[in-house]
Design a binder for this molecule. Structure first.
Ligand SMILES: *Cc1c(COP(=O)(O)O)cnc(C)c1O
Length: 440
């Protein structure tokens, strides 16, 4: 594929450049401080794995706006599909008078999500809205109230989903009261707990038995790979044991695949790596190349337990967003992007896998597909090292590389590039990050 922007890092001003600095001043006078930013570098356009800022600097994007532009920035075919749809019809509201794009996206979701049973979907606007709907559907179907989420989880920022999100700061602090019947339970975090999947699952289940009661629980929410929580991948067998526990106790197993789904980890859905079939799946971020779209997909009998009008919303499954999603599905299949994510995993592993030996602040390098975490620790310990992370982020972003932060202690460097990133760009970005680590 040839790109409208050369796939290379090119720095032509200081970073942030003069136009970014000017925009930042305006922003401080007009935008809420609550919308925090990682790097105050204002972007103008992008292609593939490169972002171009308002001063003409070309930056390597290792974050994809949190895993959204998985197929690359401003993909011309997605842009064309969206533009064509925008010129034809932008809104009717599916629940007033429907249209085909919505149905086609639901058909495709039924095909690509794991599980060989009839599946139905609802389309909404954001990840948090998908999670909220999954909670409502699970409660309606089971007639139960309690919702379980894992430690280190991130499920969103609405009132309900911030309560399911693990850490109080910054997502939740000062913003209660919170809804009841939401429980955080211990997870499997191999680097920190040293437990096997079976041992960690026994701990989770014991906590549930002694704090909540299995018969009270409507749904058990998991991120098969935790994104904001720090690219935490539970030990093998953990999710299989949790799924069996859910089946034995009439609990719906919900995979929140908002960040790890849609090709990111080398499979359509990251739960596939664990060999578990969820009852419900939430999808968002990577589904429409940057257009707002999210979904809950699951067993037909569960999804259909809700009375008509019980779920939905004005913009959900918008014609333009669904047109973009259909283009994204087609590009992933035609261009073999699941295999590309696997290639990125091999190249990242080969390039940065030995950082634990080379830098005493690196505790672990872990990941799947184009979704990696580098856990930074105080040398000689496993204590989280948030100062090291902020120093690495500052160095990287001022040298033309945009990674992400993550982790409950703000100490995991998150690397989530587009799956089309070239080996040369991986190498160049890694060199910048190595310079940042070497300075510590
Ligand atoms: C981003 C994210 C959400 C929330 O999605 P929004 O679109 O920001 O509301 C929920 N769950 C996971 C796993 C996410 O990564």
């Amino acid at each position: 594929m040839s790109y409208s922007v050369s796939q290379e890092r090119k720095i032509v001003t200081e970073l942030p450049g003069p136009r970014s600095v000017e925009l930042q001043k305006r922003r401080e006078k007009s935008v809420s401080r609550g919308a925090g930013t990682l790097a105050n570098i204002y972007m103008d356009h992008g292609a593939g794995a490169i972002l171009v800022d308002v001063d003409g600097n070309q930056l390597i994007d290792l974050g994809c706006g949190i895993g959204v532009t998985t197929i690359g920035h401003a993909h011309p075919e997605v842009a064309a599909a969206a533009a064509a749809q925008a010129a034809k019809l932008t809104h009717t509201l599916f629940t007033v008078t429907p249209y085909e794009n919505y149905v086609r996206v639901a058909e495709k979701l039924a095909e690509i999500t794991p599980g060989d049973f009839e599946k139905h979907s609802i389309l909404v606007n954001s990840g948090a809205e998908a999670v909220e709907n999954a909670v409502k559907i699970a409660r309606k179907f089971t007639g139960r109230r309690a919702i379980v989420a894992l430690d280190h989880a991130f499920h969103g920022r609405t009132n309900l989903t911030m309560t399911m999100t693990y850490r109080p700061w910054p997502e939740r602090a000062g913003m209660g009261p919170f809804p009841g019947e939401i429980y955080s339970v211990p997870t499997s975090y191999p680097y920190r707990d040293g437990l096997s999947g079976a041992e960690a699952a026994a701990k989770t289940i014991d906590y549930i038995t002694t704090h909540i009661g299995a018969s009270e629980i409507a749904a058990f929410f998991v991120e098969p790979i935790q994104g904001d929580g720090g690219i935490v991948i539970p030990a093998p067998g953990y999710f299989a044991a949790i799924k069996s526990f859910c089946e034995e106790n009439g609990i719906l197993f919900v995979a929140d695949e908002i960040q790890a789904g849609i090709a990111r980890t080398g499979a359509w859905y990251s739960i596939e790596h664990h060999g578990v079939v969820p009852d419900l799946i939430t999808t968002a971020k990577g589904i429409a190349g940057g257009f707002p779209l999210a979904a809950v997909t699951g067993r037909a009998e569960v999804m259909d337990s809700v009375q008509p009008g019980g779920i939905g919303g004005t913009f959900g499954g918008n014609p333009v967003s669904t047109a973009a999603a259909l283009a994204v599905f087609e590009i992933i299949e035609r261009d073999g992007l699941l295999a590309e994510a696997q290639r990125v995993e091999r190249q990242l592993r080969a390039r940065i896998g030995d950082w634990t030996e080379r830098y005493d602040v690196v505790g672990e390098v872990r990941g799947k597909g184009a979704m990696f975490g580098v856990e930074l620790v105080k040398p000689g310990t496993t204590d989280p090292n948030p100062e090291a992370l902020s120093s690495v982020l500052r160095y990287a972003t001022t040298h033309g590389v945009i990674p992400l932060d993550a982790g409950s202690w703000d100490s995991v460097l998150r690397i989530m590039p587009s799956v089309v990133i070239s080996e040369e760009l991986i190498d160049d970005a890694a060199s910048v990050l190595e310079a940042a680590l070497a300075r510590l």
